[in-house]
Design a protein around this ligand. Sequence first.
Ligand SMILES: [Zn+2]
Length: 331
Amino acid sequence: MNIIDLHCDTLSEILYGYERGEDIRLASNDLHISLDKMEKGGYALQTFASFVDLGSGVDPLVHCLKLIDIFNRETAANSDRITPVRSYADIEAAMAQGKIAALLSIEEGGACRGELSVLRHMYTLGVRMMTLTWNYENELAYPNDTSYHEESRHLGIPDKERGLKDRGIEFLCEMERLGIIVDVSHLGDACFFDLVKHTTKPFIASHSNCRSLVGHCRNLTDDMIRAIAERGGIIGVNYWASVLEEVQNEPEARSRIEFMVAHMKHMKKIGGIDCIALGSDFDGITRNLEMYDASCLQNLCEGIVKGGFTEDEAEKICSGNALRLFKEILK
Ligand SMILES: [Zn+2]
């Protein structure tokens, strides 16, 4: 079964390695994601996030550009196996050639420094998906975890008060005009419902689960799942143990396929089969995983069918729903 994944942090891991003096390459490595592992796992497309931590003191724009440079370098160095895609036609061509399609995203709208001109430059660099926030307030919006900086933080406290900023609304308008997929993962609750009002196209949550199963603020309420589904959007199921099951002690938590399937079942119940997709968060999550890297993805396909979904439904979850959305947005 073809696999399409909406979110990973592999570019960041390669950059951190480079800064430590290690030469980590996409072809083969010890990370969750490498070309070897993706080929074994049956990947058709991987979205690579250019992730910026606004709390780290880096220049957000420069840091984002460094990660895009790694994306360009690694796809160019392995052009016989992986190819950057910017349109649905590119994705179809990559699949026809048997190459993995690589889609570029940004995780932290603050990388654009609040400037629409920078957003347009990001589009010309190939960015086709972006979260408005990560876990910090920026020029556009507020994140969904108001307690991110607090030590006692467990499930997080969602931000139900503060909505989108004017610049955030301008960004949404321009992202829809350009054809950049709007990603609500990490976005505050009040901002989410503002976003529903100020957008017209399908939007996604690239790596979020169900809050009615696990009360973590990174997960989506049933109203959010319904809003995404009604618009024709998709939700990438996140493999991080802390958003899959209620755990008190994260180092002991283990990410299990049965929990992923439980979240998929709830998404189906609330939003229907067409809103479910995959958003691994590989290379951004702790390593105690039943499905320990990208090479194991066919185990998830089997788990979905064993969990009660039909083969056709599993196909939609693993790639079909994402392809439908890409066809609509990535002209
Ligand atoms: Zn994330």
